[in-house]
Design a binder for this molecule. Structure first.
Ligand SMILES: [Zn+2]
Length: 248
């Protein structure tokens, strides 16, 4: 308790009273947090533009035992990503990703891997905004992975046979597991070897590199990757998250 400091990414803000803001952060050291920024809506606020969504800030805050909201003392901009805020498609996708983080990552649970992944995705997006849909897909796959909802991409869940990326199709069940051709169920989603290879590559490539390789795939494979992500997310959350239709 007391004063703490961390790097954090602003996910969203809400108005509070006349001059304040409630800000939701993904922090490096303390996971998802909510805080009050007193006076943040005043014209000459000390927070300036630091609380704009997806700004990377150095955050200083005060925490009182038993209180859900921390008091934000200071937020200094480390990286603004202001250039992305003029691109409507990017803004819509980031809103969706922010919502997904809040769905998958429980509050106050430190998870530095999620923070680093999202920070790397923002950097990739800033340098190649044209790869938006691929970077969004990468975020989805990694949020599934880090919350334990990404299936084993290498072996059939039933017979334990290695899953091929060159020969026969593999199948994604409504239970979120992957099966070989022989073990597939009736309603399973067929996934090509090419799509499976790209899914596997998310686990070893940085977001910018993965997005570059994914940008060369056909529309058919892109659609498959999107369908796989959608099925796994829907299974994890038991519904389709808000905004998913806009980021296919
Ligand atoms: Zn099998």
């Amino acid at each position: 308790m007391g004063v703490s400091e961390t790097e954090a990414i602003v996910l969203r803000t809400y108005k509070l009273a006349e001059a304040d803001k409630i800000t939701v952060f993904l922090s490096q050291n303390f996971g998802v947090m909510r805080g009050v920024a007193r006076g943040a809506r005043r014209l000459k606020s000390k927070f300036g533009a630091a609380l704009e969504p997806f700004t990377l800030v150095s955050l200083s805050y005060f925490e009182k035992e038993g209180q859900e909201l921390v008091a934000i003392r200071q937020a200094d901009i480390l990286r603004s990503y202001f250039e992305l805020s003029t691109n409507t498609e990017v803004v819509v996708a980031l809103e969706y990703i922010g919502g997904l983080i809040l769905e998958f990552i429980p509050p106050h649970e430190p998870n530095e891997k999620v923070f680093r992944m999202i920070r790397a995705c923002l950097e990739a997006l800033a340098s190649t905004p044209e790869n938006l849909r691929h970077i969004t897909r990468y975020c989805e796959v990694w949020l599934l992975k880090l919350s334990g909802f990404l299936p084993d991409l290498r072996t059939c869940v039933h017979c334990k046979k290695p899953l091929s990326v060159s020969g026969e199709k593999i199948y994604l069940g409504i239970d979120g597991a992957l099966r070989c051709d022989a073990c597939a169920h009736k309603l399973d989603l067929p996934v090509s070897g090419e799509a499976t290879a790209h899914l596997r590559a998310t686990q070893r490539l940085a977001p910018g590199d993965w997005a570059r390789s994914a940008s060369t795939v056909s529309d058919r494979v892109h659609k498959e990757l999107s369908q796989v992500a959608e099925r796994l997310i829907t299974r994890a959350l038991e519904r389709l998250p808000k905004g998913r239709a806009t980021v296919q």
